[in-house]
Design a protein around this ligand. Structure first.
Ligand SMILES: Cc1cc2nc3c(=O)[nH]c(=O)nc-3n(C[C@H](O)[C@H](O)[C@H](O)COP(=O)(O)OP(=O)(O)OC[C@H]3O[C@@H](n4cnc5c(N)ncnc54)[C@H](O)[C@@H]3O)c2cc1C
Length: 460
């Protein structure tokens, strides 16, 4: 079929207003939040019903047109760059919350629902959906599931995979596949839900997602601990975990990030602090008081200069808004920002923080470090200008060095941002040739024409 005939077939199937072929429209879908070369797709499809989504996938497959599914394009690993051209299928027209079940504690949503919208909708019914990526005001549930997104509450509440009970997705032929169940337990068949979560659009296109909800914590307390030395802050993280306290949130910020955030949000952060820990404990009021007290003692013992407890909801929100604004604050400083998420076992946080400092000095590049220290997931954020070729070479070497350090400590290349295009070349370093072969066999069996997000995760 010629391109013109194919585009008209798409228009007939999913509606004229949902098929985009003008360069002005296409260019918008050539990139995402990763720093990689943009690639313009040949067509963008915006199905508005489940049926239209399935038909779009089927027609792409019949014409061997590569598909890049896209939620909001906020991923940081190049997962939505249509690296082989083809079609981008954008899911923001599939944005209905289909059910919130208060009795059985689950929600059923379409993939284009914005994460924060779901969280707010369940909160109104006194329920809780914990996964909260820093991008939650923009990211979609489909994108969260495909990346197995984490967030600030990962330490206590886990990541997206801990909440996916079942999926409905289109396979490469446009056939509907259902996995999982709405029951608390399900041991029927293969664990296909587990295979699909984190599959980054390479094995199927999500159409409906069933998510576990939980009761919200009754009480919470947020604290801000100030340190005059990086090692004191990072050792405090390890000591809190070793003390068997599991805060809902345990975030780290270095001085570079503190200054950028304060300049950006005027949240009242102490700009002279070498490092900050932002800590929140939650649960039953008595437990919260006890844990908050223990956390304070540990912070003091390990040399915190001061500890401030948020007195009210306004103060608490201010702290968390400041933290959520860290990436935007750093992004203002230089033209190019690369946010890494190499993750280490929690006891290795002090070693990793020191390694990042050494790498920053060795390669003479600015790195702001913040992140989910409590679960070992720091975000060393490199600030550069990718037009400066000499500096860019050093940046690439620094990224390699960060990965090497994390792997040497028994860590992982990505705690939450996925592999995409950005990290596929490093995959074998963390896994094994056998893992790559096994993954390729799965991909080939499920997508023989290699049209579902080709080139991502396992490479070409
Ligand atoms: C400021 C900022 C803060 C961030 N903070 C965090 C954080 O704290 N934690 C974290 O984990 N990530 C974070 N991220 C990364 C990003 O927001 C997450 O990866 C998020 O899950 C992506 O959602 P999205 O809707 O933008 O998906 P997209 O970027 O559009 O897509 C991501 C992947 O999902 C696939 N996909 C999308 N929809 C579907 C579907 N329906 N079916 C199958 N595959 C699909 C795509 O093909 C792609 O591979 C942050 C990003 C930014 C810019």
């Amino acid at each position: 079929m010629s391109s013109k005939a194919l585009f008209n077939e798409f228009r007939r199937m999913i509606g004229w207003e949902n098929v985009f072929t003008d360069i002005e429209d296409l260019a918008t879908y050539a990139y995402d939040a990763a720093v990689l070369n943009p690639v313009v797709p040949v067509v963008v499809l915006r199905p508005r019903s489940s049926e239209a989504l399935g038909q779009a996938v089927q027609l792409c497959n019949e014409n061997q047109l590569p598909i890049t599914v896209r939620g909001s394009g906020t991923n940081l690993s190049g997962g939505t760059i249509p690296s082989q051209g083809g079609a981008v299928i954008v899911t923001n027209g599939l944005n209905r919350i289909l059910e919130i079940n208060e009795q059985d504690l689950f929600a059923v949503v379409q993939p284009g629902v914005i994460t924060a919208r779901l969280a707010a909708a369940v909160e109104k019914q006194n329920l809780f959906y914990p996964p909260d990526p820093g991008s939650q005001a923009v990211s979609t549930i489909g994108g969260n599931v495909a990346e197995n997104a984490g967030g600030l509450r990962g330490l206590k509440y886990g990541v997206t995979s801990d909440y996916v009970m079942g999926l409905q997705f289109f396979d490469t032929n446009g056939k509907l596949v259902k996995t999982g169940s709405k029951t608390v337990k399900c041991a029927t068949g293969y664990n296909l839900t587990g295979l699909m979560v984190g599959s980054e659009g390479t094995l199927g296109v999500f159409d409906e997602i069933t998510l576990k909800l939980i009761p919200p914590p009754a009480h919470h307390k947020a604290m801000l601990a100030v340190f005059d030395h990086m090692s004191k802050a990072s050792e405090t993280v390890s000591a809190i975990i070793a003390g068997h306290i599991v805060p809902a949130t345990l975030e780290f910020m270095d001085n570079f990030t503190i200054r950028a955030v304060e300049d950006y949000s005027r949240a009242g952060l102490p700009v002279d602090a070498t490092a900050l820990l932002l800590i929140e404990v939650d649960g039953h009021p008595a437990q919260v008081e006890e844990e908050a007290h223990k956390v304070e003692l540990i912070c003091k013992k390990l040399g915190a200069e001061s500890i401030k407890v948020a007195e009210n909801a306004q103060e608490r929100n201010k702290v968390w808004e400041a933290r959520r604004g860290a990436l935007s604050a750093l992004a203002k400083l230089k033209p190019t920002l690369i946010l890494e998420d190499a993750t280490v076992p929690r006891s290795k946080i002090p070693t990793m923080v020191a390694a990042i400092q050494r790498i920053s000095e060795k390669y003479r590049i600015d790195i702001g470090t913040f992140g989910h220290a409590g679960d070992g997931n720091l975000h060393p954020t490199i600030l550069t200008d990718n037009r400066d070729k000499a500096e860019w070479t050093r940046v690439e070497a620094a990224i390699d060095a960060i990965f090497e350090e994390a792997l040497s400590m028994g860590g992982t290349l990505s705690g939450e941002h996925g592999t995409g295009l950005a990290k596929s070349k490093f995959l074998e370093k963390e896994t094994s040739p056998g893992t790559i072969l096994f993954s390729k066999l799965i991909k080939t069996a499920l997508d023989p024409n290699n049209i579902l997000n080709p080139g991502k995760i396992i490479g070409p």
